[in-house]
Design a protein around this ligand. Structure first.
Ligand SMILES: NC(=O)c1ccc[n+]([C@@H]2O[C@H](COP(=O)([O-])OP(=O)(O)OC[C@H]3O[C@@H](n4cnc5c(N)ncnc54)[C@H](O)[C@@H]3O)[C@@H](O)[C@H]2O)c1
Length: 261
């Protein structure tokens, strides 16, 4: 088991499906978790649950599109736990739109959260890592949509391709300082995000039944089932731990075998 005892780990989108599973698991491993999400109340609730189970956590409200809020999130984590060792840029949104219907407003909404939010998170984390004397890990949640363009999710896919590009660029920019940047790519995970995507398929008359889009996409995984948030815990633990110290700039597919690269 990789050692995470007393590592200070900040997770954005931490009250959502994947983020909460990672937050709970890494807290149980001994890490001190900053649970960051849009809602202070939801963040406090999960931090309280972790503390009640014997772990260390604080809740912080953040909109990842807002640099001042991201800066404050990292400063609160450093104040509470002495430093920041790892930032998971995990917050994200999805939207189902047929290709010809994507508006400028749709594009800006999705790319502001999923791509600009990751850029700001990485920039501010590097400042924190430098203040601490160097070293640090950035872990971004990308997607199978970072490797394949799926209709009708073109703008979502573009935002996730951007995550891979920025991960590679940051790895090259900061490697000599001992700062690594990697991402993991989930497939079709049963979380509230897929409820939104599935409803979007129905609203756009691309499917007729609830979970039809979810089941159709999930059926392409060679391991024969959809992902659960718990399926992403192992890769998150590995990337947060010193076991991954000599890896940077990589995108790890953890999708049950949907996309082979
Ligand atoms: N569910 C999937 O199938 C799947 C597949 C591949 C990648 N992903 C990615 O995994 C990550 C987590 O998604 P999830 O499936 O857990 O979805 P989710 O909707 O359960 O969680 C997403 C979380 O991000 C938060 N968030 C949204 N906008 C934010 C903002 N501006 N600032 C701060 N937080 C914000 C939400 O409040 C929510 O808690 C996302 O980046 C998503 O794109 C999900």
């Amino acid at each position: 088991m990789p050692k995470l005892t007393d590592k200070s780990i900040v997770i954005t989108g931490a009250t959502g499906g994947i983020g909460a599973a990672i937050a709970r698991a890494l807290a149980a491993d001994g890490a001190a978790i900053t649970v960051a999400d849009l809602s202070q109340e939801a963040a406090d609730n999960l931090a309280g649950e972790i503390a009640a189970a014997g772990g260390k956590a604080i809740g912080v409200a953040v909109d990842v599109r807002e640099r001042a809020q991201v800066r404050a999130m990292l400063d609160k984590a450093a104040d509470a736990f002495g430093r920041v060792d790892v930032l998971f840029n995990n917050a994200g949104i999805a939207q189902t739109r047929p290709f010809l219907d994507i508006t400028e407003e749709d594009w800006r909404l999705v790319t502001d959260v999923n791509a600009l939010g990751v850029l700001i998170g990485m920039q501010e984390a590097v400042k924190t890592f430098r203040q601490q004397g160097g070293g640090g890990k950035i872990i971004n949640t990308a997607s199978i949509a970072a490797k394949q363009g799926y209709e009708p999710l073109a703008h979502y896919c573009a935002s996730k391709f951007a995550v891979v590009a920025m991960t590679q660029a940051a790895a090259r920019a900061f490697g000599k300082e001992g700062i690594t940047a990697n991402c993991f790519c989930p497939g079709v995970v049963a979380t509230p995000m897929w409820d939104v995507i599935d409803k979007g398929f129905r609203d756009n008359k691309l499917t007729t039944k609830e979970n039809e889009a979810f089941d159709t996409f999930a059926a392409t995984a060679v391991l024969g089932r959809a992902s659960q948030p718990a399926d992403l815990v192992g890769v998150a633990r590995y990337l947060a731990s010193s076991d991954s110290d000599f890896m940077t700039g990589q995108s790890l597919m953890v999708d049950g075998g949907m996309v082979f690269i």
